[in-house]
Design a protein around this ligand. Structure first.
Ligand SMILES: [Zn+2]
Length: 229
């Protein structure tokens, strides 16, 4: 039917018609409104990201949760989705963190829930006033289009670490071997032994449970395990 293809489709790909189109318009209008509110909330929390009660010595320091739900928004590019999957795979390998990845729009207000979005670098610069490639606040992880796979992976692992309650072990520039080191170092950053130690320190536990893969400080970014995607 001429023009019918301009109508929205439902999740099965079927074209909507008549009152279903109006319901769709209402739903997407509400979703746009929620997204706008979410940005207002995110901007308010940006300030909180650098101050009490979410900071220690000026470094972002979020409370720990028992388990995590990461909601990867549609705004996240395929490269950053893969980086996020690789990041979660790494944290799961070297710690017993419980993370479930979800895809789509979701507003997080529960403990351990983080919405992951991607915005242009210039937008994040404007919001945080500095040149960051990733930014985490309560309930929200913001990524920017990465320059390389290595940078994408490092940023996702680092921001996930903040979500898990880790803070920077030093102030940039510093040479400590840890993905939570705020200085990005190409080809050298992945979940390292200091990150694992600090993950358990935050939880008042001596270390990973028996059976967890031993941590490594071997340089070089780790590759993605395709089975984990
Ligand atoms: Zn950081």
């Amino acid at each position: 039917m001429p023009g019918a293809d301009t109508n929205p489709r439902n999740s099965d790909g079927r074209l909507l018609t008549g009152s279903a189109v109006r319901v769709f318009a209402l739903k997407s209008g509400v979703q746009r409104l929620l997204r706008a509110w979410y940005w207002v909330l995110a901007f308010l929390l940006v300030g909180a990201g650098c101050g009490d009660p979410f900071s220690t010595e000026g470094h972002l320091h979020l409370p720990v949760a028992d388990s995590y739900d990461f909601w990867i928004d549609d705004s996240v590019s395929a490269e950053n989705v893969a980086a996020e999957q690789a990041a979660v795979a790494q944290w799961r390998t070297y710690t017993d963190v419980k993370v479930t990845l979800h895809y789509g729009f979701h507003i997080c207000i529960e403990d351990g829930c983080f919405r992951i979005i991607e915005v242009p670098q210039a937008t994040l610069d404007k919001v945080v006033g500095e040149n960051y490639i990733g930014w985490t606040t309560p309930y929200l992880i913001t990524l920017t289009p990465p320059l390389s796979w290595d940078e994408a992976q490092d940023t996702a692992i680092h921001e996930d670490g903040h979500a898990f309650g880790l803070w920077h072990p030093c102030t940039a520039p510093c040479a400590l071997y840890a993905v939570m080191n705020p200085t990005y170092s190409e080809g050298a950053d992945h979940v390292a032994c200091m990150d694992v130690a600090n993950y358990y320190l935050e939880r008042g536990l001596p270390g990973p449970p028996a059976g967890t893969a031993p941590c490594t400080d071997a340089p070089g970014s780790l590759t993605v395990d395709p089975s984990l995607k």
